[in-house]
Design a protein around this ligand. Sequence first.
Ligand SMILES: [Mg+2]
Length: 301
Amino acid sequence: MADRNQKLADLGEDALVKKLVKDLKTRSDVAVAAGDDCAVIRRGKRGHYLLLKTDCVIEGVHYAADTPPSGVGYKALARAISDIAAMAGQPQHALITLILPAERSVSYARAIYRGLSRAAKKHDIAIVGGETACPAKGGNALISVTLTGSVTTNHCCLRSGGRPGDVLFVTGKLGGSLKGHHLRFEPRVTQAAWLARNSKPRAMMDLSDGLASDLPRLALASDCGYRIDVQALPCRRGHSITQALHDGEDYELLLAVPARNVAALTRNWNKRFPALPLSKIGELTKPGINEPLLAGGWQHF
Ligand SMILES: [Mg+2]
């Protein structure tokens, strides 16, 4: 089908991105370009990679118009922090683009910045600039965040390193995020850095679109299949397996750990993070196995 007649909604996000980035020019210092949670650049401190992330939240899509603005600001930055965490990195510097209708109050805009600052302070991030603008009449408010991070080269976790037999884990609980978790979640920066040092995950990502979308992405990037026990999913209290799979916005970590590291991981995790569950949900397999066949989760188009 010619591109001219094909709608974005027919294609879906992953296929669209693939089309868009296919012919982009690269550079010799790019270690990982589009396709992972962050871009990975061979720059910065010796023995470290520079991580780059951009992300946005749109009113009416990622938050309701009546959401408290400080929660919106917190969420906007915390989402990007979660992607830096997914690489086992530490976030550093942020740029904020704030698009608000001209009739919003100044105090609304300042409350958004209070939320951004709260997330920044928790993670030692400097907000070093940005842009403010007004949408066309009737256009939606949105906040776009660009965030840098740093990770030591030997701890950087991609989605693509998993191998058949690696054991799949998720942190925390899944499902029902839109009831409030999505405005106050804690990006798993500390946990991811600990995991990278102590259990050497071969693949890791953060769960933003729901396990049903994100697990097949990790498996595909690693050229593997997967087998999970849906009964083992850590459902948030009062929520079903279906919700844990599809609701999205969990901002937990999904990781694939070599089987030989699993016993030490489960023993040490509970000592280090007693308040946060770490659940074994299945394993990566040879490609072609998808048990159960998962599709869906959050669709962007
Ligand atoms: Mg991500």
